[in-house]
Design a protein. Structure first.
Length: 170
């Protein structure tokens, strides 16, 4: 942390605004890359519903570790501890945050009524910065990938191009 807390705060805000993803580690869960919106001095996330990102370990009143990456290089710029607060669906604060999140949500299957679905089935969480770390870590922060049901496509059979194009090369 630098000697000036205002500079730290400015670094957190600017880096987080420019980054499309932040790495968030909730209580008792691994760090995950999450899309977000910086609004009113905090990160806002939507998730834990059908078709939305998971938010494990982000409990109301808890804390989380947030790592911000560089948009152009992908490396770590700053890390900070956040206070976690779940916003009540329908409140003024929730409506304002959901409106900002809606503008950044890509490929929503129900873009016109996405905020209605969020109010009914998802959580909107606010992560407010508390402690800032600007020093780079001395070791690697690499971690094993999280388990997933997604599989990699197998290699194409050697004869498939001939079947698709129906002719031999000359």
């Amino acid at each position: 942390m630098t000697a000036d807390p205002l500079l730290d705060r400015a670094l957190v805000e600017e880096a987080t605004k420019k980054s499309g993803l932040v790495w968030v580690q909730g209580e008792g869960s691994p760090a995950r890359a999450l899309w977000h919106v910086w609004y009113e001095g905090a990160v806002h996330l939507v998730g834990d519903g059908p078709g939305e990102q998971p938010l494990p370990g982000l409990v109301d009143g808890g804390t989380a570790e947030v790592t911000v990456r560089s948009k152009d290089k992908g490396g770590r710029v700053v890390a900070w501890t956040a206070d976690v607060r779940e916003l009540a669906a329908g409140s003024e604060e929730w409506e304002a945050a959901a409106s900002e999140l809606k503008g950044k949500r890509l490929n929503a299957p129900d873009a016109e009524r996405v905020t209605v679905r969020w109010a009914e089935q998802c959580r909107v969480v606010r992560l407010t910065p508390r402690d800032v770390t600007t020093e780079l870590p001395s070791g690697s922060l690499a971690a094993a990938p999280l388990p997933t049901g997604v599989t990699t496509r197998e290699a194409l059979p050697g004869g498939l191009p001939r079947l698709l194009f129906g002719r031999k090369r000359r």
